[in-house]
Design a binder for this molecule. Structure first.
Ligand SMILES: Cc1ncc(COP(=O)(O)O)c(C=O)c1O
Length: 426
């Protein structure tokens, strides 16, 4: 019989360690929010492949859309001979993107590419070089996006040099004692010491930091950034790769703030696991690059476009935006109780729809992160049948990203497993 252990050994022989895996379990089957490995062990999925299968694993409507598409054709290259579903998906995304400005879209294949393309478009539009990003931010693993990312290990270590003209400022995080005023002052100080605002092409921000630890920017902070961008002709980019597609209780997170970015990224939850990403933004900015300057061989694959259209319908028909809010409430009740009983091991709990985090600390102190407990908890959880993810610039945050189609009973069961992990670890 095939075993996880044998597969892990085979994997280690042929796949470089840089592409690590969180849990040494090899999945054979998945259905909605449940996974089964090659040994038939069962797991409740609180990770959704890192916020990708928001619509659940193997949703029948997505399966059908993909089957129908591959029966017609799987690739012609959207830049050679395009097809209707790419236009239709762009029409839907442009309509759904927050804000009232006229918009256009482009398709690429991964989140990192979407971010890279935002930078290209912002530079072409402004004819400027500088980019401002945030400490703790994560934007991908290509050279430009590594440069933008604000966490060294493991994302940047050993990989430099990075592109020039990227400047990092602190992300406002009350829990860590970083105020909005400090963040804004850091930007103003950059303008005096490092780069003139007239040389800055873009400011890129995740409205909720993903890998960074699920810290949210407030409405007032995002409005202040909007003001700085307007004042100096800087392009505001919202990286919604992790927060998009109903995850936070709105289709896109920026809707919570009523702030319209100039460009935004979309990926992950966009097509239920089929690789596709997009940049959507204001028409006059999106049209700055020359024809042929944007794209990629697999950009806007017809199979992924078919899946993407199904995802949008499912979110609407199954009311997944409302469901995300409800999921957040269900987690909140349970995690608050767990926190009270944890003897100071659980610090802040952050609930933004179904983008939920709990920070593990020592003695209830925000300044004493507990990364050891965090990694032990992730391991213990999968041993007991629960897939959990960690994150955080201090590696001490458990993030919960269940499919938005998850049943409440399964949430209960998963959280019960979480409870049962603690006595084994402390
Ligand atoms: C906010 C954000 N930006 C960019 C990326 C990179 O996306 P990808 O891994 O598809 O390249 C991620 C992935 O986790 C992300 O969360």
């Amino acid at each position: 019989m095939q075993t996880n252990q044998k597969l892990q050994q085979r994997k280690q022989k042929v796949i470089a360690r840089g592409q690590g895996n969180l849990a040494p379990v090899f999945i054979k089957k998945a259905k909605n929010a449940e996974l089964w490995d090659v040994e038939n062990n069962h797991y409740i999925d609180f990770g959704a492949g890192i916020a990708v299968t928001n619509t659940g694993h193997c949703h029948p409507q997505i399966q059908q859309a993909v089957k129908d598409q591959i029966d017609s054709f799987s690739h012609t290259c959207v830049m050679v001979t395009p097809y209707e579903n790419s236009v239709e998906l762009a029409e839907r995304l442009v309509e759904l993107a927050p804000g009232t400005s006229e918009k256009k879209a482009i398709f690429v294949t991964t989140g990192a590419e979407a971010v890279e393309n935002c930078i290209k478009i912002a530079r072409a539009h402004t004819r400027r070089r500088g980019i401002i990003a945030f400490n703790g931010g994560f934007h991908g693993r290509t050279n430009m996006t590594m440069g933008l990312t604000g966490k060294i290990t493991p994302y940047k270590q050993l990989f430099g040099p990075f592109p020039n003209d990227i400047y990092h400022v602190p992300y406002p995080i009350d829990y860590h004692g970083i105020s909005e005023t400090q963040s804004l002052e850091a930007i103003n100080s950059l303008f005096k010491t490092s780069i003139a605002p007239e040389d800055v092409a873009a400011i890129i921000i995740e409205p909720i930091q993903g890998e960074g630890g699920f810290y949210s920017a407030s409405t007032s902070f995002l409005k202040s950034l909007r003001k700085i961008c307007d004042q100096h002709g800087i392009v505001m980019i919202a990286d919604e790769i992790q927060t998009g597609f109903a995850r936070t209780g709105k289709m896109f997170c920026m809707e919570h703030h009523n702030v319209e970015a100039d460009l935004m990224t979309m990926a992950k939850g966009m097509a239920g696991g089929y690789p596709i990403a997009a940049v959507v933004g204001k028409t006059e900015i999106m049209d700055a690059p020359l024809p042929g300057g944007l794209g990629g061989t697999y950009a806007g694959s017809p199979v992924a476009c078919a899946a993407g259209l199904a995802v949008i319908d499912i979110i609407k028909n199954e009311k997944l935006i409302e469901r995300a809010v409800q999921i957040g409430r269900e987690f909140q009740i349970h995690l608050d109780k767990l926190q009270r009983e944890s003897g100071g091991l659980i610090g802040e709990i952050r609930v933004n729809g179904a983008m939920i985090a709990m920070e593990l600390v020592k003695n209830g102190d925000a300044n004493q992160p507990n990364p050891e407990l965090t990694s032990k908890l992730v391991s213990k959880a999968y041993e007991k049948g629960l897939i959990l993810l960690s994150c955080g610039s201090r590696s001490n945050v458990i993030r919960f990203l269940p499919p938005l189609t998850i049943e409440s009973e399964l949430i209960e069961q998963g959280l019960e497993i979480l409870n049962n992990c603690f006595p084994d670890l402390v």
